[in-house]
Every structure is written in C-alpha cells, then in structure tokens.
Design a protein around this ligand. Sequence first.
Ligand SMILES: Cc1ncc(COP(=O)(O)O)c(C=O)c1O
Length: 446
Amino acid sequence: MSDHLWMHFTRLSAYADTPPPVIVRGDGPYVYDSTGKRYLDGLAGLFVVQVGHGRQELANAAAKQASELAYFPIWSYAHPKAIELAERLAHLAPGDLNRVFFTTGGSDAVESAWKLARAYFRRTGRPSKHKVLSRQIAYHGTSMGALSITGIPALKQDFEPLVPSTFRVPNTNYYRRPPSSGDTPEEFGAWAADRIAETIEFEGPDTVAAVYLEPVQNSGGCFPAPPGYFQRVREICDRYDVLLVSDEVICAFGRLGEYFGADRYGYQPDIITCAKGMTSGYVPLGAMIASDRLAEPFQHGTNWFAHGITYGGHPVGAAVALANLDVFERERLNEHVRANSPVFRGYLERLLDLPIVGDVRGDGFFFGIELVKDKATKATFDDDESERLLRGFLSKALFDAGLYCRADDRGDPVVQLAPPLICGEEHFAEMERILRAVLTEAWQRI
Ligand SMILES: Cc1ncc(COP(=O)(O)O)c(C=O)c1O
C-alpha cells in the first residue's frame, strides 16, 4: 500500500508487512486516522500546528491567494503578501531584527543564516570569520550545511564528510550537568556560556562567525536556558564579534508564550531563524530575520547577498502566515500559553511519582519527560533497553492509547510534548492519564 512512499526518519522495515498509520483529518487539537480513530495531537504535528487543525480561515486565505496570484518569486520583484508579512514580522521580532529573508522551512533558514554570517564578514573586511559553534545533541536541520551544524553524531555518520568548520559546545541539560559545572542553575548557566567563550578562544576569534542556539533546545528533551545564560552568551558574542543566531524553528510563534523565544529570555539575537509555526503548517514557509547591521553592507552599489530559493516567501505561504498571525492576536494565544504553561507543567510533574520518570523539563507548551532506569542514580537505559522501550513499545503504545507524541533517544530517552497552543486543562489531563497508564506498563516490561 505504501511501497512507494519513502517516509522521513523512518525504518521502512517497520512497515514492510503492516501499513503505517494513515492520518486523514484534523480538528482542533485532535487528528483522526483512516479507521476513524481519534488521537490527541501531543506534538502539534511536528511542533507546527499552533492554532490547531481544521481552521477554515487559514484554508480560505490559501485558496484566495492561490486564485489571485498563486506564485511569483521575490527575486527582483515583490508581491503584496510578502511585503506585508515581512513588515509584520519585523515589528514583532526583537530590537533591530528588521530584514526578513524568506525560505521554505527550517533547514534552509539555518543555511541562509550561515551564508549571511560568512558574506557579512567577508563584505566588512574580516573574511576569515567563517566557523560556527552549536550545542551537543542540538538539531538544526538536515541539508548539508544545517546537518553540519547539527550536534547529533548518529544523524551525520552516513553523510560524512560534511561542511567543515563547525564545533560543538555543551548544552544546558541541568539534570545531567557534569560535576564541577556548578550547583545552582545560575552557576551552571555561567559555566555553559563560558564554554562558548573558551571554544571561540581556542578556535581563534578571527575565525568564528556565529553561534547557533535554540531558546529551549529540543533534541535531548527540552533543555531550557538557565537564568543568565543568554545574557552571558550575548556579552561573549559582543566581546568576540560573533553573531548570535537564535534558531527558533520550534520556539517562535507562541511555543514559549511569545512570538519569538528570544523575548521569553530577554536577549537580543543578531539573526532569528524560524519556520513551522509561522503558518501553523497549513503551507510551508520559513524565514531568516536579520538585524539592520547585517543587512547594511548589502544595501550599496553592486553588493548583494547572492542567495535565494524559488519558493522562499511563496505568496500562498505568506497569505496563510498573515491569517495565522490574525488568529494569534484575536485569540490571544501567547497570553493563553503563558497562563496555562504552569498548569500543563503541573499535570506532567504528577508523573514524577512513577519510578521510570526521572525529570520533567521545558517551558511554554514545550516539555520533555526523561525516562530513567533508576531515579536515585539517574542511570539511563542501555541501547538494547532503549530500543525495546522506545521503538518496541512506547511510541506505538502511546499512539494506540490515543496520544500522538514522540518518544526519542537522540540524547537520553525522552517523551516530548508540544501540543497545539489552543489546548487547555482537559487536554493536559488527557495526556497525563494516557502517559501514566503507558509508562506504568513500560516499567513492568523493562
Ligand atoms: C531547531 C531546528 N532547526 C532547524 C530545523 C529544520 O527545519 P526543517 O525540518 O523545516 O528543515 C528544525 C526541525 O525540526 C529544528 O527543530
């Protein structure tokens, strides 16, 4: 049945004899499969569907734009929705991030930011600044440049050699912080930020162009920034003239209760990369939003940023993004997330009474639950156990129980939850109930 569909990040052997789940319809925070069974969408598709499924007004915005002007490039020409959306994003983005370079998704936004960083330093007389730092286990996309910046060895090994000149620094996993990295979150944050300075020094400040950080790191299971971390990183970037790229492909558009994650933690990036929630996934669209300073060299004479993508800033995507932002405003979704994040966290923290739940962490509507073999020692599962637990049992059991979410072991085993931003207490309670039953059974099977 699905012999011709090459599913992404999927072991095709898993579906050699059985068909994959086929999702045919969505309504609010729920999706339905081809047998009519309902699932709570605990991951907003893939951290995407912020306003929920089945919104007629987003479908209408797409249809209207497609009938008026389905396509035109933004190469030397413009169209009204791209102009309007760029202006709206520039107003929403922190500080002087006023230049919006549209892409089609996250990986090409991440690539674009690296290219801009290199071109900017070249055009301003520092051509040796080209290297990029990023954090261990962080995911920044799959195209060759973005994959080089990604910090997950298992995703890279089949594709080496990658683009050279990327280097890893520690992430902000407080639960598994190394000994001597500080006891309080503040001390740990300062320690982690200082590793960035150390790596810049080691590589040579004249060679480092940018550091890529997510406001809350997704991969590894939601690592929020400790208090003071981003302020210290900003100081370090200023000291060495290294660009701070806030990769907000997940964390923008309400995921943390703000339009942009940088505002949640009060720091000023030089570039924001974003995608996913910008259109709530009704149409693909992404962007790199750059500061006035970075755009400046490209505004004179024959200078240009020699980069572009056919579908970047697609008219239908831009029209849908504007309608999506209208929904955000009208329904006060950011306020809703801020008010309900503690309630969501509270439901998930109830699971800490289970022997298998070691840590609950995250922010906004974006949480990870780390599973452990021994809570006292924080001992994690070995590869075989992880395989049996996550692949063999958990993902499928959660799905069978009516909760679509993600069990992942790109770091230590975690279950991740990032539902549509319209969810409320009844949905948090539903997630807790299903997770409790399935994690209890998982513990018995280990
Ligand atoms: C932080 C981050 N950056 C980049 C990407 C890549 O985005 P895309 O899959 O749209 O290329 C992702 C995707 O999940 C992401 O989470």
